[in-house]
Design a protein around this ligand. Sequence first.
Ligand code: FAD
Length: 501
Amino acid sequence: MDADKPLRRVVIIGGGFAGLYAARALRRAPVSVILVDRAAHHLFQPLLYQCATGILSEGQIASPLREVLRRHHNVETLLAEVVDVDPVRRLVIALRPGGSRLEIPYDDLVVTAGVRQSYFGHDEFAAHAPGMKTIGDALAIRQRVFGAFEMAETAATVEERRRYLTFALVGAGPTGVELAGQIRELATHTLRKEFHRSTPEDARVLLFNGGPDPLASFGPTLSTRAAAALTHLGVELHMNSLVTNVDEAGLTARRADGGEEHHEAATVLWTAGVAAPPLAQAIARACGVEQDRSGRIKVGPDLTVPGHPDISVAGDLMSVDRLPGVAEVAMQSGRYTGTRIRRAVQGHRPPGPFKYRDLGSAAYVARGRAVVTLGRVRLSGFVGWLAWLLLHIAFLTGFRNRLFAVATWLVAFTREIRPERAFTAREFETARDVYAAIKGGEAAKHAVTRLPGAGAVPRQTGEREQPGAESARATRPEGRRGVQGPPESPGPRDSGASGGS
Ligand SMILES: Cc1cc2nc3c(=O)[nH]c(=O)nc-3n(C[C@H](O)[C@H](O)[C@H](O)COP(=O)(O)OP(=O)(O)OC[C@H]3O[C@@H](n4cnc5c(N)ncnc54)[C@H](O)[C@@H]3O)c2cc1C
């Protein structure tokens, strides 16, 4: 290889399962990788419900991306939210926290930005019914759930107490089922003896689902068993019920017979449906490609965007072969994409089309009860729960997190203790998103981005060169360009003034 030739730049948008596996597949490739994520951590979403219900801490399910990728010397991680892509100039356009703008040139682009909660056209429900996709969501749910038990304790009337002790969940997929089971468990075990005026065991958990069965994707046998386990726990199943309205008093659902019923509940949680984020629409528009009904980007058999062989989409955000949005699809598609790019750079034959190997799925129903599919094998009850435990230990990111999670589970499952019950008194909805642009002249103060190793980015006036910094720059891998403008404009492209809204 020509030593003077700059390394090919691969930009990965998103450090979820797909982005992480793509970066790992490129570890020994002669490329420089920039992984840009709006969060600084990789999140293990399948355990969000345990964070929300006080079993695990945020740190046990989220690992700093810098730490996870610290041994990947060709990978740089950046904190920014990507808002657009310019396929002609090969630029990724992002906002830094605070709203100033960042432009990142790429040779290959891998989009793995995942999906977000969908309220099926009723985004106004979100204020009353948080979804569960991020650490922020899990902490908001933790606040509402534990806060509701506190409010029940000081309720002025029986009706008010009943309202605070009613939890309504929308969606009986794995997340809804897991949350429903957890809330009943914490009411009947963890909190049972801690309150004096109210009785946590009286907590009602209502689970609403448009379809006829909970956990329908696990097939009729496991779905029936899950329904029985939930009923045994005291979860009230409202199947074939379409939620038509959510407000501060609770929700309204339409039954299969057409009748509508309002259910009073102080806490409503939403786990039904996903939609692509606005970035997908921006990419589809810029590349002239199709999106499916959920807004996911349609890709070809090699997971590239039709007409743009330098842009791939992997994980939840890709639409191909009706594959489900699960972690295993994300991992395999991310790894495939990283490998495909590595082979191309090394001059090897491209791999065949992407083929997903279904390794099964698992859902936790209650302590000692889970349902698991592994190929043709169907497990439930205690055996299913053991399989669930092993699968999650194996896939949880980072050895430290695995160790701590196992230790916490030992305590939580044997002694009914939930160590992570702290919640803040601040309303989560009022917290400003760090990517909302700073308005007016404020943004100008943040006009220049300075990034370590970015040769084109000027240092702040008066900033002292650290001893050895010059030589450190000189020893950086060849071609590892910093975040800067496109080749035709050598100066920094970061202009805070145009930071969006
Ligand atoms: C509550 C819950 C429970 C789940 N349980 C299971 C389970 O038990 N088993 C299973 O197989 N699957 C489960 N899943 C699904 C699984 O987690 C996803 O399929 C998987 O995380 C998808 O990986 P991804 O990399 O495509 O997206 P994600 O993991 O969502 O990662 C996307 C990343 O992109 C970043 N990002 C988003 N937009 C931008 C932007 N504009 N700019 C920069 N960065 C951006 C995000 O911060 C995030 O880090 C669950 C999901 C949830 C939400």
